[in-house]
Design a protein. Sequence first.
Length: 185
Amino acid sequence: MSTNAPRGIALPMAPRTPAEYIPGQQEAPVALTSLADMLKWAQNYARSRSIWPLGYGLACCAIEMMAAGQSHYDMARFGSEVFRSSPRQADLMIVAGTVSTKMGPRLVRLWEQMADPKWVISMGQCATSGGEFYDSYYTVQGVDTIVPVDVYVPGCPPRPEALIEGLLKLREKIEKQGLKIKGEE
Ligand code: SF4
């Protein structure tokens, strides 16, 4: 059968009754969407491909975070090599290291100064749960007790590959979020 359809565009097959179906043969898939969904997809896609982290390291985990930004691991492949010196220019706080109780309020202040939408990765056991300083009087027992955490990266220290995996998980999460940003009604 010859058609005048442009090459590469599959024509939908004529509707058939259930009795006419051959196993494995279905109509061409059809995707339905709305303008709002397309805008949401485009916005989240752009955001997820240009996450700029705050240049903020607290302890030994920060060395691995720095390694992830260097040429061997090359976080630039995922659009996140631009570590910003100001929280006002950053989307992502990577809590890389032990959070002392003295540093806690400063960490919260930096997080508050970041513009929405913003995200937090807890890198390493110390940031996630206190780690080897568990139950100590001078360490915050999990940074999620003071700021909301989006992704946890386990390890002591996590290798740069693990941090990059965390970044890719965050990318997936951003792709699925809605149009509204945190704090909007
Ligand atoms: S998790 Fe391990 S490597 Fe990371 S800051 Fe704590 S002690 Fe250091």
